[in-house]
Each structure stands twice: as C-alpha cells, then as structure tokens.
Design a protein. Sequence first.
Length: 289
Amino acid sequence: MMPDHYDDAQNSPRHRANKPALLMLGLGVLIVVVSFWFWHEVWFGRHLSEDEVGQYLSDSKSPRKIQHALSQIADRIMQRDPSVQRWYAQVIEAAKHEDPAIRVMAAWVMGHDHTADRFHQALLALLDDPDLRVRRNAALSLVRFGDSSGHEEIVSMLRPITITAPTQGRVMIDLSVGQIIGAGDLVCKIVGPDGQTIDVRTPASGKIQAVSVKDGSLTGLSDVLATIAPDQQVAWEALRGLFLIGTEEDIDEIERYVLDAPDVAEPVRQQAKNTVEAIRKRSARNPTH
C-alpha cells in the first residue's frame, strides 16, 4: 500500500501546476504551425520555383494553386522576364477552366502582356464568356492592347444590374436598400410550383439600390427582384478603361458619377471628370464627319 504522502510524478501538485503552462505552450506552437501552413498554402506572394509554377498550373484539384501560379506569372511579366512565356499556353488553357474565378484571373494576367497576339485572341473569345466577371476582365484587358472590342461591356459596368426571376414561384428575400452585396452572394430564394428551391445570386458586387418584391410574395418568370448599383471599384476601373477608349456617346453615362451621385467616392468622381476631359480632347483631335 502506498503512503498517503507518496509524490507521484504524474499527480504531484507541481506537475498539475505546470499543465496549464504546457498546454498554452503547445497551443502557441500549434497556432504558429497552422498559421504558417495557411500562409504557405494560400498567400499568393510566396515565391514559386519554376517546377512549382508548372505543378500548380496542372493541379486541377486545387483552383487556389492555379490562381497562385497565375499571380506569379503576372508578376514575372511585369518584371519583363522573357522566360515566363513558356507558361503562356497554360494561361490560355486556364482561361477555359470550368471555374469562373480562374477564368477571371487568366483574363487579368493576359492583359499584362499587350504584345502577345495569342493573349489578344484569347481575350476576344472571353468577351462571350457566360460569366459577367470574366467578360468584364477580358474587356478591360483588351484596352491594354488598344482594342475597344469590349467597349459596351465596360460601359455596362457603370450601370445598375437588374436581377430578374429565373422562374415563377414564392420569393424568400432578406435584403434592404443600401446593403452591400458581393459577387455570387445570395439575392433571394424562389420556391417553384414543383417545390424545388432555386438560389438567385448576383453576378457582380455592388449596393442594393432597390428591392422590387416582398418576402413571401409570388413572382413570375423574368419579374424584377432587385436592382444593384455598381461597386465603386468596378466603376473606377470602367472609367479608367473609358479614359482610353470612351466615345462622346458615353459622356452622359460618365457624368452621372460627377453630377447625380452624392455618395460617389472622390477618387471615382475625379476619374469621371478626367475621363470626360480625355474623351472631349480626343474627339476634338479626331472629329467625325
């Protein structure tokens, strides 16, 4: 029989007192390890070796790795590294990926080398992409090639987006005017006559300008559900594009960001003024007959 005062190493007061300290130390190490792993896996700034770029571009199971590789390729193009051209064919393949986020990024990357004709042709094809964000990025990248083929797409970036019902049914909606909404966010759900529920999502980010239906109401096919004003960053990018390819017919659309929108951020308002001025100067130099 053990004496009552026996100092068991596992149960001594000293050991029990150290347990919280050891636990905190272990937790601290775990947080550092997990944080490093997260940074290592998702931070696009981590430099990739030549082999890693190729491996990441070919990793069909990890869209994030493909995006990381595309980001690195963009960096190398900006650094004027001629060896980066070895990946151009795979960038064009990424522009055909089933994931729209990858096509968006591929369109952005291709705009970094306006001397690459194969990028130019791939971007023209992306103007017909089913995803709005892909079309917009392609249109903006084409501006760097001196190509105004995406002009109408860029002008549309200044206009509100109207969300319509893809089917008839009962609406479940929880939106309010002024609410910020991101690309792909849920606008509402519609329960159809067959009991199936359809999610309706916004194709682009912005601010809720109007909600045209009430929660629980019935809607018909193509009825307007909500209107979304353009995101400020989106409008700014469009104005930058139109600075170079805008026409006199665009001025009324652009001036709304100068005259009729008190909540427009000052950088956007200033870009609108600069864009109108650039268009008028360009028109004066090249009058139409």
